[in-house]
Design a protein around this ligand. Structure first.
Ligand SMILES: Cc1cc2nc3c(=O)[nH]c(=O)nc-3n(C[C@H](O)[C@H](O)[C@H](O)COP(=O)(O)OP(=O)(O)OC[C@H]3O[C@@H](n4cnc5c(N)ncnc54)[C@H](O)[C@@H]3O)c2cc1C
Length: 382
């Protein structure tokens, strides 16, 4: 049974599991339309930690629609093309990023992940979302026209819709009977945040070197985010906390600005190493009055930098459709029809790109072409 509300659409109360980019944007978009939102997250704080993120125009458009773009833009680094280079730093091609978020937004922006998470967290609280931290769900009871969710703090909530935005290892996914699990793509990624050399003006990727790929994105006036992709390594060899010294060693053989950034790293610089995984839950992503969105439903290798954009688009569109006046039972299939082809295109192209980066000898392998094609296809609004 839903709580009474003055809104004129059938979605009055929603419980969201997961306060990352997907759950944060969805909370805001729903709360701004008068929906009562409960947001639960296992973490003790919604704020963010380090690292960088490359945000394409369609992600920025979603952020603007929930009112967080301006604050993010103040701290970030916009640009409108990406460059492919040889391992020694010579330009192979420059690809303009098309206006995926419309003409008034930059094609791409580099940002500090922590800044994005902090801004989202502040706005979610300001929007009146009922945030419950250190909490997860323990049971779901679907009544057909509502769902009762039992939480680990002993409380329960009866809502019109449960949304699992709890990431690639989603608990909600399994609880609603979707068995899909993420799988390794066959590459591991080293990531670090470093000082931005002044000549770094956009994302650049270095091909043809000793590893699959090296690259970086400027993420603020002072900082950049650098990465190195190679085969999956045994994590016991890397240990708990990877360090600058390891990335410096693994990243030998690259010149240009990448080599400069590598050499500038302190031996004890904070470095993250992880395997790249992907998942694509076939449509539909809902069962009864529960749905999974964002990485819980689809996670692509981050080679076209569209993961967060797909998550934010899911959130904005689901909120728009849930508050458009149609019954929820009609909205869910309509949402799938609108979302799935676009998400699948990005995922398939990202997986093809991963395959080509692992096996550059593949006939017809052309990373620049598939990146360009994908970005151009995304100019079409979500
Ligand atoms: C190495 C790497 C680099 C990337 N780079 C980019 C990039 O440059 N650009 C880009 O657009 N995308 C990038 N992505 C993808 C992007 O980061 C993700 O698509 C996006 O962050 C997923 O957001 P989410 O909110 O769906 O999930 P998550 O960020 O995983 O958030 C899930 C939230 O749910 C919470 N949670 C989990 N389980 C539970 C539970 N049982 N109960 C309660 N709460 C729970 C978690 O604490 C978390 O807050 C990258 C991904 C990777 C792996």
């Amino acid at each position: 049974m839903s709580e009474s509300s003055t809104v004129d659409h059938p979605t009055r109360r929603v419980l969201i599991v997961g306060g990352g980019i997907t759950g944060g944007v969805l909370s805001l978009a729903l709360a701004q339309q008068g929906v009562s939102v409960v947001l639960v997250d296992l973490r003790e704080s919604l704020g963010g930690v380090g690292h960088g993120i490359t945000l394409q125009g369609n992600a920025l458009k979603a952020f603007r629609s929930v009112g967080i773009y301006d604050k993010l833009a103040e701290r970030s680094f916009p640009f409108s093309h990406l460059r492919l280079k040889t391992a020694d730093g010579h330009v192979i091609a420059e690809i303009p990023t098309p206006p995926m978020g419309g003409a008034e937004l930059p094609g791409t922006m580099g940002a500090v992940r922590g800044d994005l998470a902090d801004i989202l967290a502040e706005e979610v609280v300001a929007a009146g979302v009922d945030v419950r931290l250190g909490v997860t769900l323990t049971d779901i009871d679907d009544h057909g026209d509502s769902v009762t969710v039992t939480l680990s703090d002993g409380t329960s909530e009866t809502v019109d819709l449960l949304v699992g935005a709890d990431g690639i290892r989603s608990k909600v996914r399994g609880m609603i009977g979707i068995e899909d699990q993420p799988r390794p793509v066959g590459m591991g990624i080293w990531r670090t945040v470093a000082k931005r050399p002044v000549e770094m003006d956009c994302s650049e990727m270095y091909y043809g070197g000793p590893k699959y790929k090296a690259g970086y994105t400027p993420i603020s006036e002072d900082l950049c985010y650098a990465f190195l992709l190679e085969e999956n390594l045994d994590r016991s060899f890397i240990g708990e906390g990877a360090r600058g010294s390891e990335l410096k060693e693994r990243g030998q053989g690259y010149g240009g600005i990448w080599g400069e950034v590598r050499d500038s790293l302190a031996d004890d610089a904070v470095v993250n190493y992880q395997w790249i995984e992907s998942i694509c839950v076939e449509s539909p992503w809902y069962r009864g009055r529960s749905i999974i969105i964002g990485d819980a439903a689809h996670a692509c290798p981050p080679l076209i930098a569209q993961g967060a954009a797909m998550c934010a688009e899911d959130a904005v569109i689901l909120a728009e459709m849930l508050t458009g006046g149609d019954p929820i039972d009609d909205v869910l299939p309509a949402f799938m029809a609108r979302r799935f082809p676009r998400v699948k295109m990005v995922l398939d192209n990202s997986l093809t790109l991963a395959e080509w980066e692992i096996h550059p000898e593949t006939e017809g392998a052309d990373p620049g072409r598939i990146m360009g094609q994908t970005l151009h296809a995304l100019v079409e609004p979500a």
